[in-house]
Design a protein around this ligand. Sequence first.
Ligand SMILES: [Zn+2]
Ligand SMILES: [Zn+2]
Length: 339
Amino acid sequence: MIQALMVKPGEIIFQDVPVPEVKPDQIKIKMKRIGVCGSDIHVNHGKHPYTSYPVVQGHEVSAEVVEIGAKVTEVKVGDKVTIQPQVVCGTCYPCTHGMYNDCEELKVMGFQTTGMASEYFVVDAKKALVLPETMSWEHGAMIEPLAVAVHAVRRAGDMTGKKILVLGGGPIGNLVAQTAKAMGAAGVLLAELSGYRLAAAKKCGIDTIDNAKEDLMEAIIANFGTDRADYIFECIGINATMKQAIDYARKGSTIMVVGVFADLGSINMGYIQDHELTLVGSAMYREEDFVKAIELVNDGLIDFDTLITHRVKFEDYEKAYKLIDEQKDKAMKVMIEME
Ligand SMILES: [Zn+2]
Ligand SMILES: [Zn+2]
């Protein structure tokens, strides 16, 4: 089978490798779509702190089950699936306390262990989530990023009647906003600098604040009143927006840290103490988040199509990164098409 191997930042070669043997508790899947995400882009630029080369990428996927091991009962040949890409130890404190997404030995496919950028992939059946027959391959590959958003919203708690501010309109911020709305938030506002991403959020039914033109505090009060936001989701991972989150929080607001910070953050501890703010981290997802993500899509509550801006063929994998570098904010989700 052909496998895409990133040999060094920015360089992908295709190699012919044997298809691994299917063990009794494993399945063989034929890859259909692979989404490219922000973390993949960091790897392409040589800026992902926990990834070494060569690396096979691919962790946002949809695929068809083509073979199952003797002991597999969860899925059958012909099923459409997506894969939970975490490889965990199963014995550490987080793993034994229902928090395996925080495993002490966590490895993620496409980063610290082999990803799915190949014609076929062999994986433990328990990592597979069956998608509805009616779901498209593209939408199937979007379930993983949606699961990130679902996990973050669930970490926050019950959305019913709550006012939500999302900082950042990239795919994750956009999906967090859509998820909060789908899960009952009374109001959702998304602040972003890019006109393109603001328009995308609007198209997905989200109210927006143009962070380049509007005063953020005035816009928050205009939309939510002086009580401002109950929850603020930081979905960029930079100091400037974390500062905004803390400065513009109401007393007692909760700030959800969803963005991945490359630099060490420096935050206003005085405000957190004096305003009794709650700061909550959110990292990846668990199986129940995938299940909820599939349900939300099946119920027609999530717009993925606006987020999928580009499609490239598997053999043009490198081109995906070239166009991401060129298009910048206008490349939201690039899909690698396997056929
Ligand atoms: Zn990702
Ligand atoms: Zn563990």
